[in-house]
Design a protein around this ligand. Structure first.
Ligand SMILES: O=C(COP(=O)(O)O)N(O)CCCCO
Ligand code: NA
Ligand SMILES: [Zn+2]
Length: 311
């Protein structure tokens, strides 16, 4: 059934496992994620960024929010596993309000590029409105490397655990995304893939909240190789290894944001189908194989994070 992100994450927090938060822009990805959750008997968080709302609504964010929320709710209510819908990287109050009106059960306010005082002020404002509507709030502290949507932060600023304690006390957010060394996209690390485990443990201890890991895609070699076999150029792609994610979950990460892995799997499936079926022009066939690959990569992630069987 359509569920509250807060209920999904409270259970994961109490029982110590990770739940994938999978990004969508369209119908195929929603179908693939729901199918994977059913096959794994796993909860799932579906998330849409402001860009996804614009894409689904053909430029109209509120229309996109309602289209995506209606699709997710209908697919979720047709199955027995809990599925929620979350606004990822909300920056603009208007967009956050659109998500709340459309029935998203959680929203992220990302003011991590602002000084602490301002991040607190903005986040507190969103929490007030969201909580009044029964919607949970995620915020980010510290800064990921690379581009976060259109906010380019050259270097990563790791979260300060003491600041995190103050932040959650003063804002009353429901989930916190501490920056601990990851970054968005397919090219996460120049050298060794490492994140600051100690920092995760300290933030968990001080905040006692479900924690969120952004930039958590693994960029699995098998999918990169398959996409490259059929013409993609993903040289240098590197993600967070499974064992690193599993240690992060052990230390208190419960929501694991995954976008890039689904994009690469879809790309591999699409390229493979088109290369092998030159006569095919039915989109349900070539998008069909692409979305089956997304189902597979989501199932792998649910198994790896420990949410399989936890619905
Ligand atoms: O933290 C993440 C997931 O990041 P990724 O899947 O690139 O590791 N997201 O918030 C998804 C949207 C960011 C652009 O990909
Ligand atoms: Na998010
Ligand atoms: Zn993110």
């Amino acid at each position: 059934p359509y569920a509250k992100t807060k209920d999904i994450l409270s259970k994961a927090h109490n029982e110590g496992y990770g739940v994938g938060a999978f990004n969508v822009n369209d119908l195929e990805f929603i179908q693939a994620i729901v199918k994977a959750a059913v096959m794994e008997n796993s909860p799932a968080i579906i998330e849409a960024s402001e860009g996804a709302l614009k894409y689904a609504g053909d430029g109209d964010v509120e229309k996109g929010a309602f289209i995506l929320a209606d699709m997710v709710r209908r697919y979720a209510d047709a199955v027995s596993v809990p599925i929620s819908l979350h606004l990822d990287h909300g920056h603009d109050l208007k967009h956050i309000m659109a998500a709340i009106k459309a029935g998203f059960t959680s929203v992220m306010i990302d003011a991590s590029d602002k000084p602490l005082e301002e991040n607190i002020r903005i986040t507190r404002q969103i929490v007030e409105v969201a909580h009044a509507a029964g919607v949970a709030v995620e915020a980010e502290l510290g800064r990921l490397m690379g581009i976060e949507d259109n906010v380019a932060s050259a270097e990563s600023v790791l979260v300060d655990p003491d600041e995190a304690k103050r932040f959650v006390t003063e804002t009353q957010v429901d989930f916190l995304a501490p920056a601990v060394g990851t970054s968005h996209g397919a090219f996460k690390f120049k050298g060794e893939a490492k994140i600051d485990y100690e920092r995760i443990s300290k933030v968990k201890e001080l905040t006692q909240l479900p924690l969120v890991l952004h930039g958590a895609s693994g960029v699995p070699a098998q999918w990169v190789e398959l996409a490259e076999k059929y013409g993609a150029d993903l040289s240098g792609a590197k993600g967070v290894p499974d064992e690193v994610l599993q240690e992060a979950v052990k230390r208190g990460i419960n929501k694991v944001n995954t976008d890039t892995d689904l994009r690469i799997a879809f790309l591999a499936g699409l390229r493979k189908h088109l290369a092998e079926n030159p006569k095919e022009f039915d989109p349900r066939k070539y998008f069909g194989e692409a979305k089956d690959f997304v189902t597979e990569v989501v199932r792998d992630r649910m198994k790896m994070l420990g949410s399989s069987g936890k619905a």
